[in-house]
Design a protein around this ligand. Structure first.
Ligand code: IPD
Length: 275
C-alpha cells in the first residue's frame, strides 16, 4: 500500500532528479578521476560519495528516524543491517565504471522498504534522462509511460543480460564465462551494459528478456527488481529458488518459461552476503 509513504515517494523523485542533473553536468567533462575499492576494477568517484551524502541528508532532514543501506557507507565491507524499519537502499551511481569512461549507461537507484518489503523503487538513467519508477501494486512507469516486459517464452528467441562484474578472482571469472558460454549457445545473444540496474530495466522494458548476475549488491537491485516485478517480470535466485535481496545473486526473467530454461544452465557460486 503506497499511500502511507506518498511523501517519501515524492521526496525521492525530487531529489533523484536534482542529483541526476548534477551528475549529468559532471559527466559532460569527459573522464572522471576515480579510486579503486576492493579491487582495481571496482571504482568510486567523488560524485558517488557526494550524491550519496546529498540524498541521505535530504531524506534525514524530513524523516529523521529512517534507516539507510547505501553503497559508499558500506564500502568498509561491513555487512548492512536490513531491519523492519523504513529503510532507504541507495546506489548513488550504479555503473560507476561507465561514468568514469563516459560510456552512457549509469543511474541513480533508490529503493524504499518497510517490513523488509519493497514499497517503491526509482531508477534514474542519467545520460538518457529517463525516470523509471514503480510503487508496489501500481505498475511500472518510464517517464510516465506504463512499462511491460516481453512475452518471450523460448530461450532460442531471447536476449539475455549479465555482467562480468567488478571482481577479478580467476575462479569467479571462469565460473561466469563458462556459464555465459552455455547460455549464448542457446539464445539470441548476451549483453552487458555495465550497470546492473539498467540491465534489469531492459527486462522491464521488454528490450531484453532476462538478466542474471552473481556479485551485485543489494543497492544494485533493490529498486530495479520492483520495477521489473511491476512490469510483469519474474524475480528469483539464479537457480530458480526464492529471490534473496541480501545474497548478491539474482535472476529477472520476462516469463516463468524462460526462467525454467535458464536455471539448468546456471550452477551456484558461493558469495559473502550483504546482510
Ligand atoms: C556495479 C555495476 C556492474 C555490476 C556490478 C555492480 P557499481 O555497480 O552495476 O554492472 O556488474 O555487479 O556492483 O559499483 O557501478 O555501483
Amino acid at each position: 500500500n503506497m499511500d502511507p509513504f506518498k511523501d517519501e515517494f515524492l521526496l525521492a523523485t525530487e531529489i533523484v532528479i536534482s542529483a541526476g542533473q548534477y551528475v549529468r553536468s559532471a559527466a559532460k567533462s569527459q573522464s572522471q578521476a576515480s579510486e579503486s575499492k576492493e579491487c582495481y576494477a571496482d571504482l568510486v568517484t567523488e560524485y558517488d560519495q557526494k550524491v550519496e551524502k546529498m540524498l541521505m541528508s535530504a531524506i534525514s532532514e524530513k524523516f529523521a528516524d529512517h534507516k539507510f543501506i547505501a553503497e559508499e557507507m558500506s564500502a568498509d565491507g561491513n555487512s548492512a543491517a536490513f531491519t523492519d524499519e523504513p529503510t532507504w537502499i541507495i546506489d548513488p551511481i550504479d555503473g560507476t565504471t561507465n561514468f568514469v569512461h563516459g560510456f552512457p549507461a549509469f543511474a541513480i537507484s533508490v529503493g524504499f522498504f518497510h517490513l523488509q518489503e519493497p514499497v517503491f523503487g526509482i531508477v534514474y538513467d542519467i545520460p538518457n534522462d529517463k525516470m523509471y519508477s514503480a510503487v508496489k501494486g501500481k505498475g511500472a512507469f518510464c517517464n510516465g509511460r506504463l512499462m511491460k516486459c516481453s512475452p518471450t517464452t523460448e530461450l532460442q528467441e531471447a536476449l539475455i543480460a549479465t555482467e562480468y562484474g567488478s571482481q577479478r578472482e580467476p575462479n569467479f571469472l571462469k565460473f561466469k564465462i563458462d556459464t555465459m558460454a552455455k547460455i549464448v549457445e542457446k539464445c539470441h545473444g548476451i549483453r552487458s551494459l555495465g550497470c546492473a540496474t539498467l540491465n534489469i530495466i531492459q527486462v522491464a522494458m521488454g528490450t531484453a528478456d532476462a538478466y542474471y548476475e552473481f556479485g551485485p549488491h543489494i543497492w544494485d537491485f533493490a529498486a530495479a527488481h520492483l520495477i521489473a516485478l511491476e512490469a510483469g517480470a519474474v524475480c528469483s535466485a539464479p537457480n530458480g529458488g526464492k529471490m534473496d535481496l541480501c545474497s548478491r545473486k539474482l535472476m529477472v526473467c520476462s516469463t516463468k518459461e524462460l526462467r525454467d530454461q535458464l536455471t539448468p544452465l546456471i550452477d551456484d557460486y558461493q558469495l559473502a552476503r550483504d546482510c
